[in-house]
Write a protein that binds this ligand. Structure first.
Ligand code: ADP
Ligand code: MG
Length: 235
């Protein structure tokens, strides 16, 4: 059995208070083994991003526990959370958040310059198949290429875990498949735990584990026995 990378117990998140309070997470119990490729599915507004942001150290829970290996994220100071993110976590978002005035390579180098154990930036671009585009600016790249730069940037810090929030949300299905294939490669070649949040249900076909999320809780967590490759996914 692989070690547990993430564990949450009775994790809750409430935004606001009183009559206008929003219960984004209502007691989430999660166990993610190290090295898994996990897809978290659920309708819009069900709390998926909130969960990802808390276990990724970007946001704080209201109550309950979240652990990364033997470290309890929910008791960490801001400084400790920043260090946790810097040393262990890569993020990929729906909108690529690249710096428009920097080339693809320079966007990746922004991260490799501050990470504690980075890859070579050019190697990270090679991993996503963009060596030939290294000197291009984001405005000269397609949406899929920009997302691959964002993945290279996230991966270049050699993260233990890669969190992807709707990574194919702005892409057509062909380009989306290319991006999913890159994420799968990262999972396999670097051994990073990958967790993808999406409402594109077909993505679940390539996962090791599929978590169904609704109304701030996990409805079901299932091991996917019949995985398909990203190329075979249709949506
Ligand atoms: P999902 O990613 O599944 O679409 P979210 O985690 O973004 O869902 O949001 C869950 C619920 O929490 C939603 O009702 C949303 O409106 C609310 N929410 C998210 N972030 C905030 C915030 N910063 N302030 C207030 N409410 C929020
Ligand atoms: Mg979301």
């Amino acid at each position: 059995m692989a070690r547990t990378a993430f564990r949450t117990r009775a994790l809750t998140k409430v935004y606001g208070e009183g009559e206008t309070a929003v219960h984004a997470l209502r007691g989430v119990n999660l166990d993610i083994p190290e090295g898994e490729f996990v897809v978290l599915l659920g309708p819009s507004g069900s709390g998926k991003s909130t969960l990802l942001n808390i276990i990724g150290g970007l946001d704080r829970a209201s109550d309950g526990e979240a652990w990364f290996h033997d470290r309890e994220l929910t008791v960490m100071s801001d400084r400790q959370l920043t260090r946790y993110r810097r040393d262990h976590v890569g993020f990929v978002f729906q909108f690529y958040n690249l710096m428009p005035s920097l080339t693809a390579l320079e966007n990746v180098e922004l991260v490799t310059e501050i990470a504690s154990n980075p890859m070579d930036a050019a190697d990270a671009l090679a991993l996503v198949g963009l060596t030939a585009r290294a000197d291009h600016f984001p405005s000269e790249l397609s949406g899929g290429e920009q997302q691959r730069v964002a993945i290279a940037r996230a991966v270049a810090k050699n993260p233990t875990v890669l969190f992807c929030d709707e990574p194919t949300g702005a892409l057509d299905s062909t380009t989306g498949r290319t991006v999913l294939k890159v994420l799968k490669d990262v999972n396999e070649t670097l051994g990073a735990t990958v967790m993808i949040v999406t409402h594109a249900a077909a993505t679940a076909q390539m996962a090791d584990r599929v978590i169904h999320f609704a109304d701030g809780t996990i409805r079901e967590s299932v091991i996917n026995e019949t995985k398909v490759s990203p190329e075979e996914i249709h949506w």
